[in-house]
Design a protein around this ligand. Structure first.
Ligand code: COS
Length: 382
């Protein structure tokens, strides 16, 4: 369908599509197998300026919005959700600085993130705090001119690869969510180290490790925003980032549909290509309908977020749920259309099905997203 993109938006799509087709797709199976971080691919992405899409021009970015990142991520997600996750996680790590950072902090970090010379990462999750974001245990205590961080973050995307980490820690436990603060930690800070690389079902090209803070000392001015505003910055960050995860589902769903339809035209059974059987046609039709409906919702949500930055939560959570549940269903159906071949690693759809699962889990499970939508409805209907 025609979404009437501007010339600049179409250029972002064309560039991202070219990167997906020429760089990502040829390497995705090997990266899935080796579980290597896609450094060379991301270095090429950096040359295209796409790391700076959402970063204002005064900090070296392109100065576009959520809708434009979504356009790029759709193509990268079509190529490989593992590679796309590594790219998206840098934006997730940058958002707290963009949303709540001081002017000097923005000037220091955002240009490096915009050029892709340094990648960022976002650190909230802990062993006992996933959905319950305010239940974190990591602490930060002010000691003279330095904050001292102690604790362990778990399942952090880009850990070990990023140079800039935005980290949530408790500065006043008695205050609950109002006692959390955010900090920038650099990879070279003393007392900061990484856990072993996790072995995952899917998105194996992305790096997932623990961040370990053992009396990690950072300068006082690495506090993002004011003390006690960390939880709000986290919530605003996730509101902005979730359409990016939603669109990975759209790109992935499109890729699965493309593979299934291509196969159904070639595969002959009972003397005919299987696409001529209504049972297969209906599966493909449902896949196409769901992919397009999800695309339209994510595009609309991204445009809403750009136009109404104070009213993001419901649109963001709605599109994340719809598009990622769609991706799970469509990739499972693609494996079904390919039958036994779909189950083999020789074809890309089994990887797509494995990659889809994380989209329903990370950046807030789809159960949490439904809670957010439900709570917003509860406020709307008095
Ligand atoms: N924007 C701004 N402020 C928000 C907000 C948002 N989207 N959501 C909540 N807040 C504010 C609330 O208004 C409240 O402020 P007050 O203290 O002034 O009342 C405060 O934050 C606490 O909100 P709430 O009571 O709703 O917090 P809960 O502890 O109940 O948690 C959920 C709410 C479950 C929505 C939150 O913990 C969450 O999003 N969890 C999922 C986290 C996640 O995505 N984890 C995955 C890993 S991160 S990649």
């Amino acid at each position: 369908m025609d979404y009437f993109l501007t010339e600049e938006q179409q250029m972002i799509v064309d560039l991202s599509r070219q990167i997906a087709d020429e760089l990502i797709i040829p390497q995705r199976a090997a990266l899935d197998e080796s579980e290597d971080f896609p450094k060379e691919i991301l270095d090429e992405v950096a040359k295209s300026d796409l790391f700076g899409i959402y970063i204002p021009e005064e900090y070296g970015g392109i100065g576009a919005g959520t809708f434009e990142i979504v356009l790029a991520l759709e193509q990268f997600g079509r190529g490989c959700v593992g590679v796309a996750t590594a790219f998206a996680a840098s934006a997730l790590g940058a958002f707290p600085i963009l949303i709540s950072g001081s002017e000097p902090m923005k000037q220091k970090y955002l240009p490096q993130i915009a050029t892709g010379s340094k990648k960022a990462a976002f650190a909230l999750t802990e062993a006992n705090a996933g959905s319950d974001a305010s239940g974190i245990q990591t602490t930060a205590v002010l000691d003279g001119d330095e904050w001292v961080l102690n604790g362990t973050k778990q399942w952090i995307t880009n850990a070990g690869e990023a140079k800039i980490y935005t980290v949530v820690a408790i500065t006043d436990r008695a205050k609950g969510p109002r006692g959390a603060s955010m900090f920038v930690v650099e990879d070279t800070d003393p007392g900061f180290s990484y856990g072993a690389k996790e072995k995952k079902l899917g998105i194996r090209a992305s790096s997932t490790r623990e961040l370990i803070f053992n009396n990690c000392r950072i300068p006082k001015d690495r506090l993002i925003g004011r003390e006690g505003t960390g939880f709000i910055t986290v919530m605003k960050t996730l509101d902005r980032s979730r359409p990016g995860i939603a669109i990975l589902g759209v790109g992935l769903g499109q890729a699965a549909l493309d593979e299934a339809a291509k196969y159904a035209k070639q595969r002959v059974q009972f003397g005919k290509p299987i696409i001529s059987f209504q049972a297969v046609q209906h599966m493909l039709a449902d896949m196409a309908i769901q992919v397009e409906a999800a695309r339209a919702l994510v595009y609309a949500a991204a445009k809403h977020i750009d136009a109404h930055p104070k009213d993001m939560s419901k649109a963001s959570s709605m599109c994340k749920v719809f598009a990622t549940d769609m991706a799970m269903k469509v990739t499972v159906d693609a494996v079904q259309v390919l039958g036994g071949y779909g189950y083999m690693r020789d074809y890309p759809v089994e990887k797509m099905m494995r990659d889809a699962k994380i989209l329903q889990i990370y950046e807030g499970t789809n159960q949490i997203q439904r809670n957010v939508v439900g709570q917003e409805l509860n406020k709307e209907y008095t």
